[in-house]
Design a protein around this ligand. Structure first.
Ligand code: PA5
Length: 442
């Protein structure tokens, strides 16, 4: 059970890491001693050991109740209030979780867009089935989940009455503030806490992710065990001894060489949504003050048939990090064919994972030859333990990486700009002047 990291083809060497050792130590100290930028949002650093054990037990109990009384769980949230949860289901279970025959409720995610077509599709898939809702919003004021919650709350109240609905609504939100918290207190919904000192995109190991994982019968104690291992393993301030810090340092070295895009590539559809989670974590943490590495994800071998040409021969301003899993979840052998009309018998009886691994190695070397530096983050298998460990690896690395860039990795001031314009254009009271200005420009 481990997570390993390597830079391929000596693109970055131990001497390069050693040259950054003091800088990394300073970033480590700022993070651990809470003296760096955004220091009121670093609660995630020791969360795997410091998490609230009583609340953890309450999450397990609530999950059991949801399993007993519902065929479907509707998870409402956006950004950090949903991406990690979706990732966990795909990674630990399968992207086909809902389609698979199982004893646990189907889980659908809503409130992560403003599409009426999407919402109507989920409503029709839900049909008359018994359901519960987990509304997740740290601020309690985000428009997308708030609209979806209105709809599903009304549906629950029509179906089960106000009191019955209240027993099926679980809210994960701020301990004390926000419209959602006020509503929960008034209506008597069970609430779970998003800690004050953990920003949205760092919350998957809190109730935000854990409740739905437990509903899907994921062993959340194993998730936390993996994260605890990572917390201990990646707390060594010495970059030469710390693979997580080496990843952060290597990214910074490539960035300073003019490579301002990172492609996080995987060879496994179970990891596609992990890429989406990583995109939010890295983009919102680093993209500030006209600085940062733009995070992109690629799903291979699928995307080798779409963006593969560009990666091989297009403009050279990116580097690639491959997320590789050694053990497949299951095996399929390439069959032997008497006629061999497709000429594939040289692969007959080989496991598809073996073929996939050769696609990975061959692609990596081709990309390196094409001028794209490659790094590899490798895990043994896609299970609950490795999920917790990998989440923590990426969180810790972006904390260090953000400090290396000298930005505050834990705020997201830029996401407010579009919201202000949207509210003005929707006619929210107080935004009249802005609305007049914007309408002139449209
Ligand atoms: O990382 C963040 O803080 C944001 O991306 C939030 O996760 C996202 O905007 C959702 O916010 P909230 O949970 O307050 O509804």
């Amino acid at each position: 059970m481990s997570i390993t990291f390597s830079v391929k083809d000596h693109a970055v060497t131990n001497a390069d890491f050693a040259a950054m050792a003091e800088q990394i130590k300073a970033c480590h100290a700022a993070l651990h001693n809470k003296t760096g930028k955004g220091n009121d949002f670093v609660g995630w650093v020791n969360w795997p050991t410091a998490y609230d054990k009583d609340e953890f037990a309450r999450i397990q109990k609530a999950a059991k109740t949801i399993q007993d009384q519902s065929e479907v769980l509707i998870v409402i949230g956006i950004g950090g209030s949903y991406l990690g949860t979706k990732t966990a289901l795909d990674f630990i279970r399968t992207p086909f979780y809902n389609e698979r025959k199982k004893d646990t409720p189907d889980i659908y995610f809503v409130g992560n867009n403003i599409s009426s077509a999407y919402l109507n599709d989920i409503l029709s898939i839900l049909g008359n089935r018994d359901f519960s809702v987990n509304i997740i919003s740290k601020s309690g004021t985000t428009t997308e989940p708030a609209i979806a919650f209105r709809i599903f709350k009304q549906l629950l109240e029509q179906k089960y009455g106000k009191d019955g609905a209240a027993k099926r609504i679980y809210a994960t939100t701020d301990r004390a503030r926000g419209a959602l918290k006020t509503m929960c207190d008034a209506q008597g919904y069970e609430t779970f806490v998003i800690p004050d000192d953990i920003g949205g995109r760092f919350t998957v190991l809190t109730a935000v992710g854990l409740l739905a994982m437990a509903v899907a019968d994921i062993d959340i104690t194993q998730v936390m065990a993996g994260a605890q291992w990572a917390e201990a393993t990646f707390s060594n301030p010495d970059v030469l001894q710390n693979p997580c810090y080496q990843y952060a340092a290597a990214r910074n070295i490539f960035y300073r060489q003019g490579k301002s895009i990172e492609i996080l590539a995987n060879y496994e559809p179970h990891l596609t949504s992990f890429g989406e989670w990583y995109k939010q974590l890295y983009a919102e943490s680093e993209g500030k003050e006209n600085k940062g590495i733009f995070p992109v994800c690629a799903n291979f071998s699928t995307d080798l048939h779409s963006i593969g040409q560009f990666i091989q021969e297009g403009s050279r301003y990116f580097f690639e990090t491959v997320l590789w899993c050694k053990e497949p979840k299951s095996t399929v052998l390439v069959p032997f064919d008497e006629e061999d009309l497709d000429g594939l018998n040289f692969m007959a009886a080989k496991d598809m994972q073996f073929v996939n691994s050769k696609a990975f190695s061959g692609t990596m070397l081709a990309h390196i030859d094409g001028g794209v530096p490659n790094m590899v983050i490798e895990m043994e298998r896609m299970d609950a333990w490795h999920f917790g460990a990998l989440v923590y690896f990426f969180e810790k690395a972006v904390g260090i990486s953000g400090y290396l860039l000298d930005v505050n990795p834990f705020n997201q001031p830029g996401v407010e700009a579009y919201k202000k314009n949207m509210f003005a254009l929707l006619g929210k009271p107080g935004y009249e002047d802005l609305r007049a200005d914007l309408e002139k420009r449209l």
